[in-house]
Design a protein around this ligand. Structure first.
Ligand code: SF4
Ligand code: SF4
Length: 496
């Protein structure tokens, strides 16, 4: 998936439709498989990006090998019954409901009735003191923004948090369905697995024993413990819809039409090597290098030899995700330094830059003013670099300049004026194609999802799954798709 952050309006429709579909049950009241955060901000759960605190993701050991930040098997086993690196309900939030009946049934009187908040867990009246997007818009940013873990070094002093002077954008987040998932490597039961046929990472409810090591190991904190069933749950990438050739619910319902879904072919044998490059700033290029060109005849031949169906190869050629990540290189991964090689990428927002140009009296439509601002405005650029390029400001600036040049070119085509396409390496034809993709792409262009094939289904024996780089668990043969909350009896009937 790729998301174009310039178009997210923070409406939370994606979160709500996801919740109605997947977590509208007791035990996961607090869980949002998809949530939308305001940045700058502390995120959900509280400061999840602070890996010194939560110990998520991978690090390189003294010999340069990948190791889970949460420690080896012995360390994790020693914390089986008391793990200080698990977020508590306070770090997520206490889910509330409201006493709506009072509004409807209160007798006529001198005072307006109010619906008091009640805990969705205990039913008792409670005070709302924290939530999954407490900074909503700029509502809480002046107070909580300085706690954002991305404000490293001197950045905290440079970013202004006064209501009138700070910048904001929305960051929708879901499980990254990583190529190198720390959650799967940490699970002692082998319950988490990456499907060989489409790369979706799932939690097998039958195998999960509720150890919650995956919750600690996931640096994005996108695994949730269901306190009613005692099992871990996570975003399923709406696999029943994907198998039917339909987009995920969050994509289907996205009001901003900013989500893109498509097939990406990659070299699975080089995943471990890419995740272990010494310099975190090289992780972006290392991951990009894993992605294969679906128009390359050698790649096509190798894919056919691996049993990838023809309609999937055609979908890979038409993939908007491949176009945004590899062809135009305008999408970036979220926190590549976690070394999980995430597979939900983002087109970074240009708006903070343009806003700042206007605020300083410049012309946001002038390439000279905006190009100057992209490199000169250290605050948003450094901040975006912390999020998307492990601190490499040149990489973020390159993407923002490309987007700026695209705007000026499209404006010049109809209104005349300066055209700055040349320096960013786009041809006019490519600019039109990229503009169509980013600005006016229709449903069929945004979601190129081929239906599943029974012959590549991993429900039968011989699942390949995820090759754990630390070798702590082997993928189990015949690991099954398991619908969350569905009784085992029904699953068995459905399974061939
Ligand atoms: S983002 Fe998803 S796939 Fe990646 S480590 Fe977390 S739960 Fe696992
Ligand atoms: S539905 Fe789309 S526009 Fe609305 S918050 Fe979600 S990602 Fe943003």
């Amino acid at each position: 998936m790729v998301m174009n952050l310039d178009k997210c309006i923070g409406c939370h429709t994606c979160s709500v439709t996801c919740k109605q579909t997947w977590t509208n049950r007791s035990g996961v009241e607090y869980a949002w498989f998809n949530n939308v955060e305001t940045k700058p901000g502390v995120g959900y759960p509280y400061r999840y990006e602070d890996q010194e605190r939560w110990k998520g993701g991978w690090v390189l050991d003294a010999k340069g090998r990948l190791a889970l930040r949460s420690g080896g098997r012995l360390k994790r086993l020693s914390r089986l019954f008391a793990n200080p690196e698990l977020p508590t309900l306070d770090d997520y939030y206490e889910p509330v409901t409201h006493d709506h009946d009072t509004l409807l049934s209160a007798p006529a009187g001198g005072d307006a009735p109010v619906a008091r908040p009640r805990s969705a867990l205990t039913g008792r009246p409670t005070a709302v003191t924290w939530g999954p997007n407490w900074e909503d818009g700029l509502g809480g940013t002046p107070e909580h923004g300085p706690g954002d873990p991305n404000l490293t070094g001197g950045l905290a002093e440079k970013v202004r948090f006064e209501f009138e002077r700070t910048f904001l954008f929305h960051l929708p987040r879901l499980c990254e369905h990583c190529l190198n998932p720390a959650c799967a490597a940490a699970c002692p039961s082998g319950a988490l697995y990456k499907r060989a046929e489409d790369g979706i990472v799932l939690a097998d409810q039958d195998r999960c024993r509720g150890w919650r090591m995956c919750v600690t190991a996931c640096p994005y904190k996108k695994i949730y413990f269901n306190h009613a069933t005692g099992k871990a749950e996570k975003c399923t990438f709406c696999f029943p819809r994907i198998e039917a050739g339909q987009p995920t619910v969050c994509s289907e319902t996205c009001v901003g039409r900013l989500r893109y879904l498509g097939v990406v072919l990659y070299d699975a044998d080089r995943v471990g090597e890419a995740a272990a490059v010494p310099d975190p700033k090289d992780l972006l290029d290392a991951q990009r290098a894993l992605f294969l060109d679906p128009n390359d005849p050698q790649v096509t031949a190798a894919a056919r030899a691996s049993g990838i169906p023809e309609d999937w190869l055609e979908a890979a050629r038409r993939s908007p995700v491949h176009a945004l990540i590899s062809t135009y290189k305008v999408a970036l991964p979220l926190h590549p330094e976690y070394r999980t090689l995430p597979m939900v990428w983002y087109v970074p927002p240009l708006s903070p830059v343009l806003d700042a140009v206007s605020a300083s009296g410049g012309d946001p439509d002038s390439p000279d003013h905006v190009f100057g601002a992209v490199t000169g405005l250290r605050i948003p650029l450094e901040y975006l670099a912390e999020l998307f390029t492990a601190g490499d400001t040149d990489a973020v600036a390159g993407v923002l300049m490309k987007l700026t040049a695209l705007r000026s070119h499209m404006r010049a085509r109809t209104l005349g004026g300066p055209d700055a396409l040349g320096p960013v390496g786009l041809t006019p034809e490519q600019a039109v194609d990229l503009h169509r993709l980013l600005a006016v792409a229709k449903y069929a262009d945004r979601y190129v999802v081929p239906a599943a094939h029974r012959e590549t289904d991993t429900r039968g024996p011989g699942t390949v799954g995820f090759q754990c780089p630390v070798g702590e668990h082997e993928p189990s043969p015949g690991q099954r798709h398991v619908l969350l909350g569905m009784p085992t009896r029904r699953r068995k009937e459905e399974t061939p």
